[in-house]
Design a protein around this ligand. Sequence first.
Ligand SMILES: Cc1cc2nc3c(=O)[nH]c(=O)nc-3n(C[C@H](O)[C@H](O)[C@H](O)COP(=O)(O)OP(=O)(O)OC[C@H]3O[C@@H](n4cnc5c(N)ncnc54)[C@H](O)[C@@H]3O)c2cc1C
Length: 440
Amino acid sequence: MSMPRIAVIGAGIAGLHAATTLQGRGFDVTVLEKARQPGGRITTISLGGVPIDVGAEYVTNAHTHTTTALRRLGLEHQLRPVPLDIALYDHSTPQRVPLPAWFAGRHLGLPAKLGLARAYLTVLRHRRDLSFADMHRAHHLDTATVAEMFPNWAADTVEHLLHPMMRTFLFSSPHHTSRATMLCYLKLLLGLRSVRVLTGGLQQLPQRLAEQLPVRLGHEVREVTENEDGTYRLHVAHAQGRYELAADAVLCATTASTAARILTPLDATTRGFLATVPYASAAVLNCALDRTINSPARWVMNTSPADPDLAIMRIIPGTPEHAGDILTLWSPGGRAGSELCDLDDEQAFQRLAAQARQAGPAFDLRQAMRSRHVHRWPEALPQFPVGHLRRVHAMTRTLTGRLALAGDYLAGQNVEAAITSSIRAANQLTRTLRPRGNPA
Ligand SMILES: Cc1cc2nc3c(=O)[nH]c(=O)nc-3n(C[C@H](O)[C@H](O)[C@H](O)COP(=O)(O)OP(=O)(O)OC[C@H]3O[C@@H](n4cnc5c(N)ncnc54)[C@H](O)[C@@H]3O)c2cc1C
C-alpha cells in the first residue's frame, strides 16, 4: 500500500522540521521552496571568508527542540557560548553605559525598577502558561499592550528599558505589542543561562535537514486548490515552467501573508486573519574592517530616539586568519526598517553608518571597510498586537484535517517557536491520515 503524499510548502526551519518528522513516520513527503537555498530566515552569508548569520543566530538554553535537532545532525558540538556583553548608547548624554551599570544607575530610576519587579511578579503568577516557544497558551493574558501594563509612575520602564530592548530584539514597540508576548520573553530572561551561536553559521541546521529530504529548490507554489475527493493540487512555478503536483495533504510553512494568498481551500475567516498578521521589516548591514574598534562591549544598544535607523551594533573581533573586526548594524522595525528595506545598498549603508558613527567606531567606516553586505528582511518578524494570540488560539483549535499550518507567526518570533508549530502541524496530519495511529 502506498503511503499518503504530503506536500510541504517552504523550506524554512518550520517546513524542514515538519517534513523530517513526517518522513520519519513513513509518509511520502515533498518539500517545495521558492528560494534557491533552504533556511528562509536562517541565512548565513560569507563576508571576506567569515560566515555571518544575517537572520537567526542565537540559540538559548530554552531552545530545546532546536538543540535536539542540532544534536541529531551532529552539529551540537559546534555551538559556542557568546558572552552577554551589552552596553547602551544614549545620544542625549553621549556615553556608553554597560548594562549592569545601567540597571544600577540613574538611567533606570526606582519607579522603573519597581515597575519591572511588578512585571516579574505577574510572570511568576502565570509561569505555567508562559512559553516563548508556544505563546498562544497565554491567550488569556492577551488583553492589553506592554505599555498599558505599566502604571504612569513606572512609565520609565517602558521608555528606557522595554522600548530599546523590543525595538532591538523583536523589531517592535511596547505600544503595539501584546503584554502576553512580553511576559513570555520576561520568563525566558528569568531562566536564561546560556546564549550560543553555531560556529560556521546557523544555516547549517536547515541545510543538513534539507540534505535528507526530497526538496525542490526554486519551486514556488502559486496556489493550492482542493479536489472533490478532499485531496489537493499544487500549482507550482519554476525556472523551466509550471506544473501541478497532487498531494493527499498539505503543510504550509510560509509566512502568514503567503499562506493567505495561496491556500484557497481555507475558510474566509482564517484567510482573512492570516492576511492581516503584521510583519516588521528590517535591514542588517555587515562591514568587514581592516582594523579593530575600541568599544566597551561587544554589543552597543542604541537607546537614543535621535538615531532612529540604528537599533544595535555588534562587533565580531578579528582572528589571526581574518585580521580586523566585523561590524554588524541592525535597524529597528517600524518606519525606519521599512524605509531601509526600500533603499539600495549604498543608501542603506550611508544611513546606518552615519548613526553608528555616534555610537561606535571613531573613524570613517568607508575608509576602514574591506567589504560589506546589506541584507533586507521585508518580513523579518511577525508582530503580535493585542488580539493576535487569542485569534491564533481559536484558529489552532479549529484547524484539523489534511491542511496544516506551521510558522513562527503561530507560536512566537523565534526558531524554537517555528519548530514547536511544526510539531503540532505534523501531529495534526498524522492523526488525520492515520486515524487510529499514534502520532508520537
Ligand atoms: C534578523 C533576524 C534575526 C533573528 N534572530 C533570531 C535568533 O537569534 N534566534 C531565534 O530563535 N530566532 C531569530 N529570528 C527569528 C527566526 O529567524 C524565525 O522565527 C524563524 O526562522 C522562522 O522560521 P519559519 O520556518 O517559520 O519561516 P521562514 O524562515 O520565513 O520560512 C518560510 C520559507 O517559505 C518559503 N516560501 C515562501 N513562499 C513560498 C512559496 N509560495 N512557495 C514555496 N516556498 C515559499 C520562503 O522562501 C522560506 O524559505 C531572527 C529573525 C530575523 C529576521
